[in-house]
Write a new protein. Structure first.
Length: 336
């Protein structure tokens, strides 16, 4: 994250020379200043809104969110919800109607050129230079954003099994997507902004991508990516924001979603299944699956279920694999 520290040093030096330091201990002041900056949001969005022309309908309305340093933030929503509009605003491809945002403490409009030095970006619709070879494209992008490790792009090409010799127009959609991922990660940026990053990837390369996300998180990078792929959000995100019709309708950690999720248990008893007792559990949905067996679908805390089970001889308990799909879909079930 050396770019982050260089920005901190530059800003601290400017404030120091202007007489803004709090006391006489320069080193102590710098350490305190660094801690304050690093503890703040990597991406900080406040009331961001966008509408086009004279249309009174907002494509994005009053978005406020914060992405922490080292956090993987999933931005989840159906097509047309406002995900891509948000990303275009963050990168100053379009300008906000209302509100503001900063990336690494820099304003997305005033400091957009400087921000791009610290950001890796992948468009939701990868459109590359068709007459270039993959290698020429990566070299061109490396000239715009100098890589910290000159050999890292070649390493990524090997990992994603991309042949960089053919012209881009000769590549399949999946290979063009891989090339887009490589250019976004090649300079090992502090911030990654990714729009539907696994589109077109086969399952094996999706796993490779998830590994790349984990590596970026470990070195302190922050990732903001949009998706409507529920499985990938569950797989890699620390926190998820749910957007619908241009508005952020909920924000939760994956752990909190999982804790509140409905779970299903398949139970086998030594004698006849106590269906009446199980059905008396508040909120439980019980189905008989045999004379001595039942399945219980229950949301939230499990103490009431286990109190019932403690009164009976249970031969086996099997919890089905937890899927958060139902939890995600609850946010889009017609609720405003």
């Amino acid at each position: 994250m050396h770019i982050v520290y260089l920005n901190i040093l530059r800003d601290f030096r400017a404030s120091y020379l202007c007489g803004a330091r709090a006391g006489g201990n320069t080193i102590g002041s710098f350490v305190a200043y660094t801690k304050a900056v690093m503890s703040s949001a990597a991406i900080d969005v406040k009331g961001l809104s966008k509408k086009y022309g004279s249309n009174n309908n907002f494509a994005l309305k009053d978005l406020t969110l914060h992405v922490k340093p080292g956090e993987v933030y999933g931005f989840l929503g159906p097509n047309g919800a406002g995900k891509t509009t948000t990303i275009r605003l963050l990168l100053n491809f379009i300008q906000p109607t209302e509100g503001s945002a900063t990336i690494l403490g820099q304003d997305i409009v005033k400091d957009s050129v400087a921000i791009k030095r610290s950001v890796g970006y992948l468009s939701g619709e990868v459109a590359l230079y068709p007459k270039m070879t993959g290698a020429a494209f990566i070299n061109y992008m490396s000239a715009l954003a100098k890589p910290k490790n000159p050999g890292y792009a070649d390493e990524l090409a090997r990992r994603f099994e991309v042949n960089l010799k053919p012209k881009i127009r000769e590549l399949s959609k999946g290979n063009r997507q891989k090339l887009g991922i490589i250019q976004a990660f090649a300079h090992q940026p502090d911030i990654l902004i990714l729009d539907e990053p696994t589109s077109g990837l086969d399952p094996l390369k999706q796993e490779e991508f998830f590994g790349l996300i984990s590596e970026t998180k470990k070195r302190g990078g922050s990732i903001f990516f949009s998706s409507h792929n529920l499985a990938e959000v569950q797989h890699v995100c620390d926190r998820v924001g749910f957007i619908r019709e241009g508005k952020l309708i909920a924000e939760q950690t994956i752990a909190d979603i999982a804790a509140a999720a409905a779970r299903t248990f398949d139970l086998v008893f030594s004698e006849k299944a106590p269906l009446a007792d199980l059905r008396a559990i508040p909120g439980a949905k019980v189905a008989s699956t045999g004379d001595k067996s039942a399945s219980v679908h229950i949301r939230g805390e499990l103490a009431s279920l286990f109190r019932v089970l403690a009164k009976h001889r249970v031969m086996s308990i099997n919890q089905r694999e937890l899927s958060l799909e139902g939890e995600f879909l609850r946010f889009y079930g017609g609720r405003k």
